[in-house]
Each structure stands twice: as structure tokens, then as C-alpha cells.
Design a protein around this ligand. Structure first.
Ligand SMILES: Nc1nc2c(ncn2[C@@H]2O[C@H](COP(=O)(O)OP(=O)(O)O)[C@@H](O)[C@H]2O)c(=O)[nH]1
Ligand SMILES: [Mg+2]
Length: 670
């Protein structure tokens, strides 16, 4: 087993198309882990091995790789760049000790790049940049670098390597700190970077700073140490340059991964307590990914945090009451290719088959008394479809299939909405949900119909009203009699029911029946049949008959009295309002805000985050159903957004009238 000091674990992130998968492929090839270099374009890369990925020629799922480079073992995760597949990145970064963010030298930093910087900063792990595709026409290192510097600062984003030549003529990279022979055309740039590095290195240590300010030269060893320290603290982000297609700058990168990336032997915080990670501790790991497909069957991926896992073991799932699981073989993975192993220590990522009760985000350990690590915070869904069976009778098969598929995609949910009674498939965008539907068809042979879901409107009143009803059926047989007077008023605190009957005009034992009648009506409001909220109901008078009164009669009378009161109390329709944050390059701000105005949105503010404009707005849910698709076409895929519920608000009258009229028509047609 590789010792933990010789193990490096990192995630590869960035915008789609910057060359992440190609870089992974090259690292695997250079280290001898694969015999020949596959390609994304030919559908032969190690990491894009799922059928949907090969068809798209782009990553959808994260993919785990490992290789040995100069006696050090690298475990790294290739992640998809599209916003809809962010969940894959969120989970992978949770398991990584460092982030390597790839930036395209042609398009520069994009939304996916900004997201990668942001999430890795939140995780407080050291960050590295790799400017890729420098061999390509129109590639420009300096412009790309300037865009990155603009977002983070000149003294943060500092090249460690500088390219020699450009486009077709790009031939090699030089180390700005240690290389002695620098071509004259880049000498000034290299000298500037060297200066920036020396400033940052001096900052890491007071004594060093004194000597540096006195004009003393720092030794090579001091520079090495200071460089590591500065990067580890997050104060600086070293930038590499290269081409993964032409294999330029990647040897330098891989050597630096050994030299500068952190070892897995730092600390882990469990339950607020900092603990040293060690190979001798009880094995502890986090499950950050699972797959279930025709190639591999069901596999769970564990990142070893501390200790050493051994094959053929019992483990305990600390996130699920310590439930015991057993596994046999352990594998190190390269895409779908499995290599059996018997041990895995800190930093390693191994896969095991057929765990029953273990899911993404769970902590597993050989010690049932260990404490679980914090889980993984996945982003909330931004769109939903209502799911119905294409063929009647398939509902159960669809539900079972969807549950199986989404077990491996934690950002997708399948749930019944208790208000609209629809089954909703919710996720990060239409492409992601289309992939789920397709897998349902291919793997489970059932077809689901996806349609626009109903908006979960609600109803309330803005005034107060009284209602009265006498329910009487006293012709022949057993009679029925009940009379109810009630008042309703708007109540900010929510639904309340009060019995204000004096003198027993309605006997106490019938009051629960009156309330039941009211509750029946609360479930289906008078405007569009949606739940009624925020009303206070007070029953204050009535009449009963010693023989003919019964619970049913009071329930019926209460319903009718409530209906009358509600009509008088100025009922209004409420709609869910969503808080939306839209991340876009600033060139699109005008289009985006204009479109939000059409959607009855309210712009709350704008800010710049990681070089992207963030438009913050509140928009009715009714207008957001197709937003994932619309945003993509408005920004050529350069935008992304998140969305969460804030509150219910009255629907403007003109819009409400249309919704009510449409509902009435549907009711009549039923
Ligand atoms: N010229 C050139 N093309 C590259 C380079 N790296 C990747 N590509 C191409 O860029 C496209 C996207 O690459 P891919 O690895 O799928 O990017 P990812 O989406 O970040 O994983 C593919 O057509 C690659 O062949 C490079 O260094 N130079
Ligand atoms: Mg990829």
C-alpha cells in the first residue's frame, strides 16, 4: 500500500469544454495506468464511459481515476462542467483535499469556472489553476490570466509556469521561480511573477519577511517551503499553463501535484473536535458517489479519511444508526475499469459493491462507536415535471425505477406533492431530468410522460365575513338537522378555530364535527380548489334538534356556512414566490433583467461574485417552469441559477382572474 505521505487526492473542476476529461486521460496515459490515450471526441475516454456521456461527447457524471506518478499515488475525480450536473461536483469536492481548476485559454473563465472557485473556497482547500488548450488557435494566456486576476487579484492568482510560444507555436513552459534560462520575449512577465511569488512567500514567515525586506536572497529551500505554506493557507493560487492534447506543461503539473498538493494527513473536524488523521486510526470514510448501471452494477465510492480499510470487512454506517454492512472485494477505479485491492489508506478512493443501506453522503467506519462526519449539502432543485405513466398501470414500475435511478443522483427527487397531488420529478434542469427519463426507458423499460406541473396556489381572505346555514331533512325516515353561524377573518398566524358558542345552542359534542366541516372546506378553496390558509374561524351560534341532529348534519352545515363566509370575506389567490440568483457574464445583464420584468419578477440587487454578475430577484414560481431552458438559450449556456422558496403572495388581480376562469372551465368540463 502507498503510504499516506505519498498519496494525493484532488478534484478536477471547471467550465464545460475546457479539457478536464482530456487532462485526466493524459495523466492516466503518462503514468502508464492506461496503454493508450483515448479521446472525448471519439467517445473512448476513461472518464466519459456512460452511454449518455459518449453520445453527448461530454461529461455528465463525476468519474474517479487513480494512477501512480513517480512513486506517488494520485486519486482524482473528473467532474462535469454544466450547471445542471453541479451535484456531482459538490460531492466530489467534499471528498477532495485540493481543487485543480481548469480554465480554457480561448474562452477564459466562465460560469463553471466561477462555481469551481467558489465551492472550493467554501471547502477551504488549496486551489490550483491550469490554463489549458494553449496550442489552439486564438488561445491567449495573458488575456485569460488577466480575466482570472480581475476576479481574484494579481497577488492571489500567480502563474508558477509561463508558456513559451503561442497557438501552433506553443512549445513548452518555464518555471517562473526556478528556471534560469528564460526567452527574452517573456522575461518581463516571468520576472513580474517571480516578484509576486517572493512577496507572497516572504509573507508566510516574519523572519523571512525581515530578511527579504533587507534585500537578502531567499534560499531555494526557503522558497519551496514558503510556496507550499502560502498555497496551503489559501492566500495564493498558483497557475499552470499547458495543452492536454499536445502534452505540454502536464509533466510539470504532475510533478507539482507531488510537490505542492497537500497530503491527506492533515486534520478532520468531527463534532466540532479537531482530530489528527492517521493510518493507525480506526478506518473512517465518506461515501461521495454511487453508480448503478449495466457495466458495473451497484457500486459505492468511499473516500478514506483516516485509517486503513481492508477487503472482506464489516463496516458500520454511522449516518444511519450504525447499521452494519458487509463487503467483499475492494476496487480502485479508472472510469469503469476496476483493479482489485485489499487495502486502502487515507486519501484513497475505493469502490465496493452491493451495500444495502448506504447512500451518498454517509460516513462508514469499522468502529461502530465513531462519530459521523458532516454530510454533503446538495443544491436544491430548480425545476420540476409532473410525472404520469405513458401506459396506464405502469405507475408502480415507474416509481420503483425512478427511485433506483435517483439513488445515485442526489440532486434529483421524486415525490408526491401533497397540495397538487401530482408526482413530481425535480432536479437541476431539463437536460438532467431528460437523462433520468431516458434511463428509465432503457433500464426499466417503462415510459414516463413529463409535463408542466400545477402551481401549488393557495387561497386566503383579505377581509372578514359571516356565514350561516341550516341543514334540514325531516321528511320521512330518520331526520337530519343542524344550524351553524360562523365568522371568519384573516389571521397572519395561520389557521385557528374558536368555539364562541354561548348557552349551548350547539352542544359541545358537535363542535368537533363543525370544525371537521370547516377543515373540509380549507382543503379546497372556493377560487381554484387549492388549500385555504391564514384564516381564523369562530363558530358563535346555531341550533340543534334533540333527535335529528348528528355529526354529519353539523359537518354539512358548517361547510355551507364557511363557503358563504369565505365569499363575503374577499378571497384572494396566493402564489409561491421564489428567490432566484442568476449567475451570468455581465454582457447578458440587460437581457436577463428585461426578461425578469416580463415574468413579474422583482430585482432585489446585483453583485459581482468570482467575476460573474449575480442578479438577485424574486419571481413567481408560475413563471419559472422553463427557466433552465430559457436561461441556456438567452446566454448560450453561459448562465446558471439557483432557486428557493421564500413565501406566498397574492396573485395580481388580472392574472388571478385568468387562472380562476381557467379553473372554472376545467371544473365544468369534468
Ligand atoms: N487543441 C486542444 N484541444 C483540447 C485540449 N484539451 C481538450 N481539448 C478538446 O476540447 C474539447 C473538450 O474537452 P473535454 O476534455 O471533453 O473537456 P471537459 O468538458 O472539460 O471535460 C474536446 O474536443 C477536446 O479534444 C487541448 O489542450 N488542446
Ligand atoms: Mg469532461
Amino acid at each position: 500500500m502507498t503510504r499516506a505521505t505519498e498519496c494525493r487526492n484532488f478534484v478536477i473542476a471547471g467550465h464545460s469544454g475546457c479539457g478536464k476529461t482530456t487532462l485526466c486521460e493524459l495523466m492516466l496515459f503518462k503514468s502508464g495506468a492506461i496503454p493508450r490515450m483515448g479521446s472525448v471526441d471519439a467517445g473512448t475516454s476513461v472518464s466519459d464511459f456512460m452511454a449518455d456521456e459518449q453520445e453527448r461527447r461530454s461529461s455528465i457524471y463525476s468519474s474517479v481515476c487513480n494512477c501512480v506518478w513517480k512513486e506517488n499515488q494520485f486519486f482524482f475525480v473528473d467532474t462535469p462542467g454544466y450547471g445542471e450536473f453541479t451535484g456531482q461536483y459538490v460531492a466530489a469536492i467534499r471528498a477532495a483535499d485540493a481543487a485543480l481548476v481548469v480554465v480554457d485559454a480561448i474562452d477564459g473563465p466562465q460560469v463553471g469556472t466561477a462555481r469551481a472557485w467558489k465551492l472550493s473556497k467554501q471547502r477551504r482547500i488549496p486551489r490550483f489553476g491550469f490554463v489549458n488548450r494553449l496550442d489552439k488557435e486564438r488561445a491567449d494566456f495573458k488575456t485569460t490570466l488577466e480575466a482570472m486576476r480581475k476576479n481574484h487579484g494579481r497577488d492571489v492568482i500567480i502563474p508558477l509556469y509561463w508558456p513559451v510560444g503561442s497557438e501552433e507555436g506553443f512549445s513548452r513552459v518555464v518555471n517562473v521561480l526556478f528556471d534560469k534560462e528564460i526567452p527574452p520575449e517573456i522575461a518581463d512577465d516571468v520576472a513580474e511573477c517571480r516578484g509576486l511569488w517572493l512577496d507572497a512567500i516572504a509573507e508566510t514567515d516574519d523572519e523571512l519577511m525581515m530578511r527579504y525586506l533587507d534585500g537578502e536572497e531567499l534560499t531555494e529551500a526557503e522558497i519551496h517551503e514558503g510556496l507550499k505554506k502560502s498555497i496551503k493557507s489559501g492566500r495564493t493560487i498558483p497557475v499552470f499553463a499547458g495543452s492536454s492534447v499536445k502534452d505540454i506543461g502536464v509533466t510539470e503539473l504532475m510533478d507539482a501535484i507531488i510537490e505542492l498538493f497537500p497530503t491527506p494527513l492533515s486534520y478532520v473536524t468531527i463534532d466540532g473536535v479537531k482530530r489528527k488523521i492517521s493510518e493507525d486510526a480506526d478506518a473512517l470514510g465518506i461515501v461521495f458517489k454511487s453508480i448503478n448501471d449495466q457495466f458495473t452494477g451497484q457500486l459505492s465510492f468511499v473516500r478514506v479519511v483516516s485509517g486503513v480499510f481492508k477487503s472482506d470487512s464489516d463496516i458500520y454506517n454511522l449516518s444511519r444508526d450504525g447499521v452494519k454492512e458487509r463487503f467483499g472485494a475492494m476496487f480502485f477505479m479508472n472510469g469503469k475499469q476496476q483493479t482489485a485491492t485489499t487495502v486502502a489508506g487515507p486519501g484513497a478512493i475505493f469502490a465496493i459493491a452491493k451495500l444495502k443501506d448506504t447512500h451518498v453522503g454517509d460516513t462508514v467506519s469499522v468502529n461502530p462507536n465513531e462519530t459521523a462526519l458532516p454530510g454533503i449539502d446538495f443544491p436544491g432543485p430548480v425545476m420540476s415535471y409532473a410525472v404520469t405513466a405513458q401506459k396506464s398501470g405502469d405507475d408502480e414500475k415507474i416509481a420503483a425505477g425512478l427511485h433506483k435511478i435517483i439513488e445515485c443522483i442526489p440532486t434529483v427527487r421524486f415525490e408526491r406533492n401533497p397540495e397538487t397531488h401530482e408526482f413530481l420529478l425535480s432536479g437541476m434542469g431539463d437536460q438532467q431530468l431528460a437523462i433520468v427519463a431516458r434511463r428509465l426507458k432503457e433500464q426499466f423499460k417503462v415510459e414516463a410522460q413529463l409535463s408542466t406541473p400545477k402551481v401549488p396556489y393557495r387561497e386566503t381572505i383579505t377581509g372578514a365575513g359571516e356565514g350561516h346555514y341550516r341543514h334540514k331533512k325531516q321528511t320521512g325516515g330518520a331526520g337530519q338537522f343542524a344550524e351553524v353561524f360562523l365568522r371568519i377573518a384573516y389571521n397572519e398566524g395561520g389557521y385557528e378555530f374558536a368555539n364562541d358558542v354561548v348557552g349551548g345552542t350547539i352542544p359541545k359534542n358537535f363542535i368537533p364535527a363543525v370544525e371537521k366541516g370547516v377543515q373540509d372546506m380549507l382543503e379546497r378553496g372556493p377560487l381554484v380548489g387549492c388549500p385555504v390558509e391564514k384564516v381564523k374561524v369562530s363558530v358563535y351560534d346555531g341550533k340543534y334538534h334533540p333527535v335529528d341532529s348528528n355529526e354529519m348534519a353539523f359537518r354539512i352545515a358548517a361547510r355551507a356556512a364557511f363557503k358563504e363566509a369565505m365569499e363575503k370575506a374577499n378571497p384572494v389567490l396566493l402564489e409561491p414566490i421564489m428567490r432566484v440568483n442568476i449567475h451570468i457574464p455581465d454582457a447578458y445583464t440587460g437581457d436577463i433583467t428585461g426578461d425578469l420584468n416580463h415574468k413579474r419578477g422583482r430585482i432585489l440587487g446585483m453583485e459581482v461574485e468570482e467575476g460573474m454578475e449575480v442578479v438577485q430577484a424574486e419571481v413567481p414560481l408560475a413563471e419559472m417552469h422553463k427557466y433552465a431552458t430559457e436561461l441556456r438559450s438567452m446566454t448560450q449556456g453561459r448562465g446558471s441559477f439557483d432557486m428557493s422558496f421564500v413565501r406566498y403572495e397574492p396573485v395580481p388581480t388580472n392574472v388571478a382572474n385568468e387562472i380562476i376562469a381557467k379553473h372554472q372551465k376545467e371544473v365544468q368540463n369534468e
